[in-house]
Design a protein around this ligand. Sequence first.
Ligand SMILES: [Zn+2]
Length: 325
Amino acid sequence: MARNMSDDTASPSGEIFPERSARIGFSRNRLVRHSERREKASDIAAMMALPEARSFVIAGDVPILRRDGEAFTPRFTMAEAGALAPVAETALLGTLDGTPLFATLIAAGEAERLKESGLFAIDLRSIAVQGLLPQDELGPLGEGKALMDWHRRHGFCANCGARTASASGGWRRDCAACGAQHFPRTDPVVIMLSVRGERCLLGRQARFAPGMYSCLAGFVEPGETVEDAVRRETMEEAGIRTGRVRYLASQPWPFPSSLMIGCLAEALDEDLVVDAIELEHARWFTRAEVGAMLRGEHPDGLTAPLPFAIAHHILKAFVEEGEGF
Ligand SMILES: [Zn+2]
């Protein structure tokens, strides 16, 4: 199989397959996670002791980077990672081409001190937007950031309130007081493009950059399918009934721990009733107009989300691949 590096993604065993999801920031992740070895503390310790083992270092929720020639790298040797600051947590993220990769959590307050010593503390969104790291590194770093941030925010048992402790190579927290086991959470979010013939529905939130429009989105609620969440959110935010729903691609979104599930939605109505609390504005856009926005050539200066966001790729599928109903 031809391996086009920009279009491939990893299976759990590290093979790569071409699919839409793999083109999106944070989605491309070639780590083999070795979940079956997490329970064996001796295995984890042996991997950590290998001279080629490396670790990301996360200060609170901010990755620490260092200069590597002209480029940046988030990788430190295990000794370096352990010496930067007191280590709060460590987790095995997986192996990449046989090399173990860990994540190390240090206190958020250490970032300023490390910056003074010549290192860089740059939030993950800025790293992605500015393209500071290779695409291959963004997925594993997002994994590490999401996992460390979860540890940081789940130091106490949600069941009884006692302190919890990391277990299973950093992929679980156990409560000794009540026996509860807590697992890292992933919160599903639907992000959808409502399509009606040659037009699609885009909206903007007040916090967006001026002139930027994007897909509507919302969290999936308990008891809801992906399709029903698409239909509910589209009705709540824009007053539009939805028919068919089709899955397009997904994207881990580590802010703090979402999984964006990208869908196309068949709009059954045209008249918008916009929820002014959720959206500042929403309207229908033609395929040609969205194409101009993606290219940065819209006559009114309107723009679409950048390529590191899944919305960009959903819009591209509509414009360039003729996706629709
Ligand atoms: Zn408990």
